[in-house]
Design a protein around this ligand. Structure first.
Ligand SMILES: Cc1cc2nc3c(=O)[nH]c(=O)nc-3n(C[C@H](O)[C@H](O)[C@H](O)COP(=O)(O)O)c2cc1C
Ligand SMILES: Nc1ncnc2c1ncn2[C@@H]1O[C@H](COP(=O)(O)OP(=O)(O)O)[C@@H](O)[C@H]1O
Length: 317
């Protein structure tokens, strides 16, 4: 897969392509449908498939301070997309100027003149261009003018038996699940567990004293961090992929037992004794075990941590 930033690196002799466009935060099951469809159409037409995405998040550019919690970093997004057979991962730097481009100009200048699109695949609720004025209907009109096909794919939904209605998978829905600590529902919509990546940094050095050393993660600025609580998770060392993933009991919160202030993500990795400082690691959240609690004593906390570890072992074995 080739990775472009902007459209200045288009190779000479660039032919036609099938594109799919969006922020694709999370690369969830709905996004995956669009990506598969774009890859299939490109294969049928024997042209390149392009995923066109934006960075930074358009909301932050249009309304500074409104950056939504991020499900996947740009790096992770590219990694996930690469596994799905896309030929070109193209990131358009999102600027105020780009946000003001009207829909027809965006289509003509970027999709037609630069990318030479033969077909474009988007979700049926796709909006684009200044003030989100463009829709699938706009694209379809412009497609017949400029000669490209448009597919507005139906959104992926699942029945929600409890509420007696359908849930539409979306980045917003998944952010809400994570924010509520429902990492199981998030995983069902993502098609894999929610992942936090970070560098292991120093904490208060208390973990060793408790008998549970914890790798404290420094996470990316906008990362979607699950609600405070204790989770069963899988822990991987990103620079040592051959080690596979290790079971971990993860705490998210301020360590209220010790009247901590800073919100932390800390992983106790089962069955290893190893220095992780400075390593780039990933935590995949599998299930929530319980809420974060303020214990009356260190002993009471340690007793509960033993139970957390036993439950993690049961769940992940
Ligand atoms: C499985 C697990 C469960 C935890 N549960 C709680 C908890 O309920 N309440 C709390 O105050 N701290 C909890 N912690 C966090 C510990 O207080 C924290 O790991 C300890 O203070 C060590 O901090 P340090 O890494 O900064 O040295 C938990 C940690 C782990 C690994
Ligand atoms: N099983 C383990 N799980 C997590 N970290 C471990 C483990 N064994 C050793 N460590 C090391 O111990 C460090 C955590 O020890 P801890 O006393 O909690 O210190 P800190 O407060 O700096 O996090 C980790 O960053 C890692 O380098």
């Amino acid at each position: 897969m080739r990775r472009w930033r902007g459209l200045d690196d288009l190779p000479g002799g660039w032919g036609r392509c099938v594109a799919t466009i969006g922020v694709f935060d999370g690369v969830h099951l709905g996004h995956q449908e669009l990506i598969h469809r774009a890859v299939t159409l490109a294969e049928e037409r024997d042209v390149q498939s392009v995923l066109l995405t934006f960075d930074p998040h358009p909301s932050e550019v249009v309304r500074p301070g409104s950056h939504p919690a991020q499900l996947t970093t740009l790096h992770r997004k590219a990694e996930l997309v690469e596994g799905m057979g896309i030929d070109v991962f193209c990131v358009l730097p999102f600027t105020l100027e780009l946000s003001k481009v009207p829909p027809d100009e965006f289509v003509h200048e970027i999709l037609v003149e630069k990318l030479h699109i033969a077909a474009v695949v988007v979700g049926e609720n796709f909006r684009f261009g200044h003030r989100a004025a463009g829709s699938v209907a706009t694209l379809t009109q412009l497609g017949s003018r400029f000669g490209f096909a448009v597919e507005g794919a139906k959104l992926v939904t699942v029945p929600n038996h409890r509420a007696g209605e359908e849930i539409t998978f979306s980045s917003t829905y998944i952010r809400a699940c994570i924010n509520a600590g429902d990492v199981t529902a998030a995983a069902a919509a993502l098609g894999r567990p929610h992942r936090l990546e970070g560098i292991v940094v120093r904490g208060d050095r208390r973990g060793h004293e408790l008998g549970f050393p914890t790798a404290n993660l420094s996470t990316p600025r906008y990362a979607a961090i699950p609600a405070d609580g204790v989770y069963a998770a899988r822990f991987s060392l990103l620079n040592s992929p051959h080690r596979g993933s290790l079971a971990a009991a993860v705490s998210v919160g301020t360590n209220p037992t010790f009247s901590g202030r800073e919100r932390r993500v800390e992983a106790f990795v089962l069955d290893v004794d190893e220095d992780f400082y400075g390593q780039r690691v990933a935590v995949d959240f599998i299930a929530k075990l319980r809420d974060m609690e303020k214990f009356p004593s260190t002993e009471a906390l340690v007793e509960e941590m033993h139970r957390d570890v036993a439950r993690t072992r049961d769940l992940l074995s």
